[in-house]
Ligand binder design. Structure first.
Ligand code: SAM
Ligand code: SF4
Length: 322
């Protein structure tokens, strides 16, 4: 098992397979994807070695992310490579939902069992204003399809003062009858979004208090759970998760490592550099990769320094997948 010097265990791999995205979310890529260099993204064969290497060291869950992962034509093969690796029990993906409605069956056939879909507003006009795409309706239809196919669905919504601070009411009404977990994510500062962050960051703490006052109860976290705080209510089919990276002890429950689309290991979402592991992916034998991962994990720090405005090398989260 991969374990760092603070006793944290890493059974969860976040694998970015592209940093290209077709949306232009205000907090992430407000001017859209900048195609400024040719990116040489990890090939399927490299992904197989990577996932097998992580699985041999105790990783049991892979989340495929991006950029927008559904823009890769070989996505079903990538999902299959993850789901068929010995030791991998769960394959999840984070997506903007652009291809959900048309492609979900293929993803499920390949072994996908859970999905996080980003929806920052249930108001179609506001959704279009934030993302640059008038796609809310088809994304919601895609979510219904995914639920019907037995996929565990979470919906990611970034908390922003300017847009959706007052949206909670709409989301709560939706959760009464929709069996998804809504993840309310505090806006994080990145290298590129400092002005937007200063104008829009709101803390999740008042929402936590509001939920507790209105009968929501906090779920007891199991030992392997990540940093989200989760809540349920007997009158609601859906649940709520709060992700508050600026809160005290957020990093104490860190259970994940990240790989960028070009094969760099990021020990933290806000690390000051990615560590190149790509040469170790050129063989089908993952033993060199395993030795390198164990060595590099020795440098993982106890916490990020986001509260001090230090965002490391992360210009925007499309680089690494959040
Ligand atoms: N394109 C996919 C999507 O949007 O779901 C996957 C990649 S996206 C970077 C992953 C998640 O990060 C999304 O839920 C997005 O809303 C969130 N995200 C992006 N930038 C963020 C920021 N600055 N603060 C908080 N969450 C952010
Ligand atoms: Fe694209 Fe996701 Fe970033 Fe939105 S949050 S611009 S969908 S990568």
């Amino acid at each position: 098992m991969l374990e760092d010097k603070f006793g944290r265990r890493f059974h969860y791999l976040r694998l970015s397979i592209t940093d290209v995205c077709n949306f232009s979310c205000d907090y992430c890529l407000p001017d859209g994807y900048a195609c400024d260099t040719d990116r040489d993204f990890l090939a399927l064969s490299e992904i197989k070695t990577l996932v097998n290497g992580f699985a041999s060291l105790g990783t049991s869950k892979v989340r495929i992310t991006g950029g927008e992962p559904s823009l890769r034509k070989d996505l079903p093969e990538i999902i299959k490579a993850c789901s068929s690796a010995s030791g991998i029990e769960h394959v999840a993906m984070t997506s903007n939902g652009y291809k959900l409605d048309t492609d979900i069956e293929k993803w499920v056939d390949a072994g996908l069992d859970s999905l996080n879909i980003s929806i920052d507003s249930l108001d179609p006009r506001m959704f279009a204003a934030i993302t640059g795409h008038n796609k809310l309706e088809t994304i919601l239809l895609g979510i219904d399809k995914a639920i019907a196919l037995g996929v565990k669905v979470k919906v990611n919504a970034v908390l922003m003062k300017q847009y959706n601070e007052k949206e909670l009411k709409n989301f709560l009404t939706w959760l009464k009858t929709t069996p998804v977990t809504l993840r309310l994510i505090e806006l994080m500062q990145t290298g590129d979004n400092v002005t937007f962050f200063n104008q829009n960051h709101v803390s999740g703490m008042p929402i936590k208090e509001q939920l507790l006052e209105s009968g929501w109860e906090q779920l007891i976290r199991d030992k392997t759970a990540g940093p989200a705080q989760e809540f349920f209510h007997p009158d609601y089919q859906g649940k709520i998760g709060l992700i508050m990276p600026y809160s005290k002890d957020f990093c104490a429950t860190c259970n994940r490592l990240r790989i960028s689309a070009t094969g760099k290991l990021h020990l933290c979402l806000f690390a000051d550099q990615g560590l190149d592991i790509r040469p170790a992916l050129q063989s089908t034998d993952s033993s060199q990769l395993q030795a390198q991962l164990i060595e590099l994990l020795g440098d993982k720090e106890a916490t990020h320094w986001l509260q001090d405005g230090f965002t490391g090398a992360t210009k925007h989260l499309a680089m690494l997948g959040g």
